[in-house]
Design a protein around this ligand. Structure first.
Ligand SMILES: Cc1ncc(COP(=O)(O)O)c(C=O)c1O
Length: 365
């Protein structure tokens, strides 16, 4: 179906591919949204027609993720990065928090938080260039911490938590930017979940925050209004003008996910893609996956040949074959295939064929 548009396989780490049926809906509704006579881009966020869009998006997120009633859903601006400050500013009580550093964004989050409270690095895998996730037994958690922060899926290094850390009475705050909606997740195990929307949910420009109600507190006097979770919850994320377009596309993507069988079906498809790609890498003499088996991401697959010139040749050849954005992040080198929800299986199959073709053309010396 996508063939008719001449689309290529975009392995970008984000923003990334959206479902074609969603893009088609956006196109069809672009100039006149369902008889309103205007585009969603032109609507007042206070209008009845937009209110329905926002209510629907939130309702669908709750349904698709199975978010319990005692959690609030917020649509906030500033991307996931603004949450790095919002979390400590809203959740601090004792003034201490535990951070587990497993990659780039959890490191940035911990540094940002250290401006506002005392950060304890409860575990890190930095010494081995973040090639795995620490086990529960390795986490040096502080029972008096205001919260524990993790990044569930490390977009740049290609690793992920395959378990949800047990933090006792301390709330767990998790960055799900690059794995939200990729598989079912038990929201009740978290105090707070946040995610930039530009990988599995919508175009760039918004973050979703899912927060347990008991963590919504009266704000400190110096808390910026735009970071105030309680205010955002009280105002249904409409204290000011929200990102209306993003909220609209969020609703469409969620409807699409529901139509294919929900996150369970999404997980089945994602696992099939990731298993096929890792199996190919593990069989290869030339290419090597960068992350330990038990910690490998289903969304971002990092690999390399070990030879920078060959890696560059591979990336160039892939682009010539309609597979773009495979160059790894400069902190890791090599290649990274981001195979989010909307990368079709054919994209992974095409990549696997090219991996084999490339290997055959470059026999071991
Ligand atoms: C895991 C993770 N956290 C945070 C961010 C930062 O997100 P944003 O650009 O929305 O601020 C990213 C961006 O790629 C990410 O992958």
């Amino acid at each position: 179906m996508a063939m008719q548009y001449n689309r290529i396989f975009n392995f970008s780490a984000g923003p990334s591919m959206l479902p074609v049926p969603v893009l088609e809906r956006c196109r069809d509704e672009m100039l006149n949204y369902r008889g309103s006579g205007m585009s969603v881009m032109e609507m007042s966020h206070r209008s009845k027609v937009f209110d329905e869009i926002a209510v629907n998006a939130q309702r669908l997120l709750r349904e698709v993720m199975g978010i319990p009633d005692h959690y609030k859903v917020l649509f906030m601006q500033g991307g996931a990065s603004l949450q790095f400050a919002a979390i400590p500013l809203n959740l601090r009580k004792n003034g201490r928090a535990d951070y587990i550093r497993t990659g780039n964004f959890s490191t940035i989050a911990s540094k940002e938080a250290s401006k506002y409270l005392k950060v304890n690095i409860a575990a890190t895998t930095e010494d081995s260039n973040f090639d795995h996730i620490p086990a529960q037994e390795e986490l040096a958690l502080d029972p008096q911490a205001d919260y524990v922060h993790i990044c569930m899926n490390n977009t740049i290094y290609g690793s992920r938590f395959s378990y949800i850390p047990e933090t006792g009475a301390v709330p767990l705050a998790a960055d799900l930017s690059s794995c939200i909606l990729s598989e079912p997740i038990d929201v009740s195990k978290f105090g707070l979940i946040y995610a930039g929307v530009q990988k599995n949910i919508a175009p760039a420009g918004m973050a979703v925050v899912i927060i347990r109600e008991d963590l919504l507190r009266e704000p400190a006097p110096d808390l910026p209004i735009m970071l105030d979770y309680k205010l955002m919850a009280d105002k249904d994320s409409m204290y000011n003008t929200p990102n209306c377009w993003c909220i609209y596309v969020t609703g469409l993507v969620l409807e699409y996910i529901r139509s294919i069988g929900g996150v369970e079906e999404m997980a089945r498809r994602n696992k099939k893609k990731a298993d096929a790609l890792y199996a190919c890498l593990d069989e290869s003499r030339l290419f090597h996956a960068a992350v330990w088996p038990g910690s490998r991401s289903m969304m971002n697959v990092t690999f390399r040949t070990g030879d920078d010139t060959l890696d560059a040749e591979f990336v160039k050849g892939a682009a010539e074959r309609g597979m773009v954005n495979l160059k790894g992040h400069k902190k890791v080198g090599g290649m990274r295939a981001s195979i989010y929800n909307n990368m079709p299986y054919e994209g992974v199959e095409t990549l696997i064929s090219y991996l084999k073709e490339f290997e055959a053309a470059h026999p071991a010396k």
